[in-house]
Design a protein around this ligand. Structure first.
Ligand code: PRX
Length: 661
């Protein structure tokens, strides 16, 4: 427990442990908090074998592993070699068959206020019923299934039932469109899609089954579609292929034996954007991932047995996989999950949920914070948020102004902000203030220090470590248990994209600075990847989507700094023929991208121009477009072929600015 947590003279927040009747000095706190952290951290780096031997005990091993790490085929690492375990058994059975049987695993809240409380025993029964259904439908270890579902309990049940049987699942965020879904079905080679008739968001229904039907027109591997009835909207059921969840997942007392899989057997594939147009399927392990997610949640947030944890992400992203589903269940916690928008039906929705369910730990994104900030403090003050003890942030760098607003208003100057820096590939938090092992004085905007086992370094272009205070690439010198094992069907790209630039190290693609006190500050992506509302989107992927909408000859996309979303998508497009007006073309492109790729890919601005700046060899100069559009100096333009195109970009932006002001 802590008190007297406040912003100090150097904009640093100080954490004070209770049990003292005076306020310790900043130095005392610094040393007190960090001594335990430093001790554990050094042990993890100096003696990883011993460290992980102890920390692997956070899960049950059906067969204990022989070795902590096999790095003989680096960078294809194997953690907890020859260990046998099962994620579902660890997440559910241990609690349901033990003394957490009657404890709530989830409090599910719908946008319209409906709620369901699912105990560990209830989750166990649901998971067994669905695992039995999967088995009856012929699904077995190593098979692949797509889960394309809204934020409902059945999504969690589906994930856990797959894990129980060793079926490798790939969850596709329900905001993705049919082309994005089809790509993921094809790449994963899935034979089953688990979905719902639809989902609710902002008071509207998103018709998921229809999107699945469209995607399946493009693919050939799927032979079964399981559909949850959620919205009651009309759907077409293909008799040979589609079944209702409630028809197959019948209640029965029969338990399904968990499949004891190898620690390195894949648990799931999660697609994320990279620098090419093709999403990367990050393949995560079972044992290492379980050990990593459970330990990192404990270290960073230090949840108590009776805390209520709300990770306000979507299950479809890595944040949801790791910190809605797996880590909280592995620790036997109670989570609140919410199906819907945090500003619907009112901008006070998030605060209302915190008050109603007496939530103790809130984990959300800077975009959500900035969105709520826009609506003002009155919505926050209207609610009693005194249950909150800890606040978390993820997905993007949090700017100090938002940090402070979150700290002052949501946390009422009492709650530390745990800024967690990590990625789809890392499986769990990498840098974060570790409340559970010694909280450092916080600096708004810095994710502070590495968690145990994480060995980050900031490098220059040539792989040389830069001096403190200098911007460089952040890379990791050591593997960690939660790291992805490869890219699905593309081990060469795994090596090339992540391990080639700095041999022997994992290059995560972000810029960072380490300050003179050792704090890390993440400065954003160093590659052609945008971060829009905490979602990672490849510029080439969006350009391809603009072009795929037809009638577009070429396109260039970049991110414009945005006060709410972090980055907004700006697209330039050259039309193939002049018959369509710019207005019509823009409306059509928007509509197509929304349908094919999903709303998050729709550019905020689309400008139709006659040509794009190119080099003499015909390469589009995105760097120049971005600089001109942002009214910055374009740098070296000696290779520019068509200088008139630069004026066109400038004119397009000028007239857009005039129109929108
Ligand atoms: O650029 C970093 C940013 O989000 C990227 C990872 O995106 P994704 O794989 O979709 O996972 C998001 C949720 C973990 C990173 O490369 N990022 C994530 N968290 C932070 C962050 N940037 C700064 N601070 C963070 N806390």
């Amino acid at each position: 427990m802590f008190n007297n947590f406040k912003i100090g003279s150097k904009s640093c927040a100080l954490m004070v442990e209770t049990g003292q009747n005076r306020e310790p000095s900043r130095d005392e706190i610094y040393h007190m908090g960090l001594a335990t952290y430093r001790d554990l951290y050094s042990k993890s780096i100096e003696n990883p074998e011993e460290f992980w031997e102890k920390h692997s005990e956070i899960i049950y091993w059906h067969r204990k592993w022989d070795r902590v790490l096999d790095d003989s085929k680096a960078p294809f690492y194997k953690w907890f070699v020859n260990g046998k375990t099962n994620m579902c058994y660890n997440a559910v059975d241990r609690h349901a068959l033990g003394n957490r049987r009657n404890k709530a695993a989830y409090i599910w809240v719908a946008e319209n206020g409906d709620e369901k409380i699912i105990t560990y025993d209830g989750l166990y029964r649901r998971v067994n019923n669905f695992a039995r259904a999967l088995k009856n439908m012929g699904m077995k270890k190593g098979d692949r299934a797509i889960i394309y579902m809204p934020m409902i309990i059945e999504s969690i049940t589906a994930v856990l039932a797959c894990a129980r049987l060793g079926i490798v699942f790939s969850f596709v965020f329900a905001g993705f469109g049919s082309a994005a879904l089809a790509d993921r079905i094809k790449d994963s080679g899935s034979t089953m899609v688990i979905t719902a008739d639809g989902g609710f968001r902002n008071g509207k229904i998103i018709e998921l089954k229809k999107i699945v039907d469209d995607a399946l027109e493009e693919t050939s591997t799927v032979n079964t579609v399981v559909v949850v009835k959620r919205t009651g909207s009309e759907v077409t059921m293909d008799e040979a292929r589609d079944v209702w969840w409630h028809d197959v997942a019948k209640d029965s007392p029969e338990a399904i034996e968990p499949e004891w899989v190898d620690s390195s057997d894949p648990l799931f594939i999660l697609y994320t954007s990279g620098t090419t147009g093709k999403p990367k399927g990050a393949v995560h392990s079972t044992g290492g991932y379980a050990v990593w997610t459970a330990n990192t949640l404990k270290w960073a947030f230090s949840p108590d047995e009776n805390d209520r944890w709300w990770c306000a992400a979507d299950i479809g992203w890595i944040t949801g996989h790791s910190y809605i589903v797996f880590a909280p269940l592995l620790l036997g916690l109670t989570s609140v999950i919410y199906e819907g928008s945090i500003t619907f039906p009112s901008p006070g929705r998030m605060w209302e949920i915190i008050e109603k369910y007496r939530i103790n730990m809130l984990y959300t994104s800077p975009t959500a914070i900035r969105t709520l900030m826009k609506f003002g403090e009155d919505y926050v003050r209207a609610h009693d948020l005194s249950s909150l003890k800890v606040l978390g942030s993820v997905g993007e760098p949090i700017n100090p102004a938002s940090w402070k607003w979150y700290y002052d208003n949501a946390g009422n100057y009492r709650c530390p902000i745990i800024d967690t820096y990590w990625q789809t590939e890392t499986g769990g938090f990498m840098l974060a203030p570790a409340l559970g092992i010694g909280l450092p004085p916080l600096k708004p905007g810095s994710a502070t220090f590495p968690l145990p086992g994480v060995d980050p370094v900031v490098l220059d272009e040539n792989g040389k470590e830069v001096a403190d205070g200098t911007k460089g690439y952040i890379a990791y010198r050591k593997p960690w248990p939660g790291m992805f094992m490869t890219l699905n069907k593309d081990p060469e790209r795994y090596v090339k994209a992540y391990f080639e630039k700095f041999p022997g190290m994992y290059n995560c693609g972000d810029y960072a600075i380490r300050d003179s006190e050792g704090y890390f500050w993440i400065l954003g992506r160093a590659d052609e990847v945008l971060n829009v509302s905490g979602h990672r989107l490849g510029t080439i992927e969006i350009e391809n989507a603009v072009i795929a909408s037809g009638g577009v000859a070429e396109s260039a996309v970049f991110g414009r700094p945005d006060p709410v979303k972090g980055e907004a998508i700006v697209a330039f497009a050259v039309l193939r023929n002049g018959n369509e007006s710019s207005g019509e073309a823009v409306a059509r492109i928007r509509k197509d991208i929304r349908k094919q790729m999903g709303p998050i890919y729709v550019p905020d601005e689309i400008h139709i121009v006659g040509s794009l700046p190119k080099t003499r060899s015909g390469k589009i100069m995105r760097r120049v477009i971005k600089a001109v559009a942002l009214n910055q100096l374009p740098g070296d333009i000696s290779t520019l072929e068509n200088s008139a195109s630069v004026d066109e970009i400038r004119d397009a932006i000028d007239s857009f600015m005039k129109e929108s002001s």
